[in-house]
Ligand binder design. Structure first.
Ligand code: PEP
Length: 248
């Protein structure tokens, strides 16, 4: 793992009611001594309450998506400014569940990244290939293409991370081999250096896709892995904390 503190981010997706704030509090308590940066990205409905509940702890709160406009007639959408106003410090953008189900292109993701920067949020930008693309030998080209298309030049000098999440590994229990993760993270690193020069050598590259307590240590200590984006296993404090601990 790189020298900077690993980033462990939990994506709660469309899970969590107010009663789940107790789980977030348990995560904050268990993460008190951790050297990792720990983030929980709850549904937007819980953001404000969770940020208040976790104020003064080491755990930050983040959004799961943001619209590119600041406000306006966009029914059901949430802007980056609204997330920041509710207490978010980071935001996940370009998750494959949005790229696939909502048809988000690299251009849309890049516009959302600009919006996050405008609102002072730290973006976590997701990229990843489908199983078909991997089987066709296109994984490296697809993912590095997403990196180039989704990361606008405005990111230069700003804090952000990239999350490599193979679509076929999300929520399936399947994971790439460590060698496959390292190969992809090295390719992403090369693209980041191409785009952002020396600063690109320091940008954290997270791995996401079926990270769980039993595989976290090996994944988190693979070359060029700077943390994890965790879905299912972030919903239970005991599992998420085991992953946070594995980052040490
Ligand atoms: C995710 O959706 O970002 C994710 C990594 O999910 P899971 O850990 O459940 O595969």
């Amino acid at each position: 793992m790189t020298a900077r503190a690993p980033l462990i981010a939990g994506n709660w997706k469309m899970n969590g009611l107010r009663a789940s704030l107790a789980e977030a509090a348990a995560i904050a308590k268990g993460a008190e001594q951790s050297a990792a940066r720990v983030v929980i990205c709850p549904p937007a409905s819980l953001l404000h309450q969770m940020s208040e509940a976790l104020a003064g702890t080491r755990v930050l709160v983040g959004g799961q998506d943001a619209h590119w406009e600041e406000s306006g007639a966009f029914t059901g959408e949430v802007s980056a400014e609204m997330l920041a106003d509710a207490g978010a410090k980071l935001v996940i953008l370009g998750h494959s569940e949005r790229r696939t189900a909502r048809g988000e292109t690299d251009e849309v993701v890049a516009a959302k990244v600009r919006a996050a920067l405008r609102a002072g949020l730290e973006p976590i930008v997701c990229v990843g290939e489908t199983l078909g693309e991997r089987q066709a030998g296109q994984a490296l080209a697809v993912v590095t293409g997403q990196v180039r298309g989704s990361l606008p030049a405005e990111l230069a000098g700003r804090a952000f991370s990239v999350a490599y999440e193979p679509v076929w590994a999300i929520g399936t229990g399947l994971t790439p081999t460590t060698a496959e993760i390292e190969e992809m993270h090295r390719a992403i690193r090369a693209s980041l250096v191409e785009l952002f020069g020396a600063a690109g050598a320091d940008t954290p590259i997270l791995y996401g896709g079926s990270v769980k307590p039993s595989n976290a240590r090996e994944i988190l200590h693979a070359a060029e892995v700077g943390g994890a984006l965790v879905g299912g296993a972030s919903l239970k404090a005991v599992d998420f904390l085991a992953i946070v601990e594995a980052a040490a």
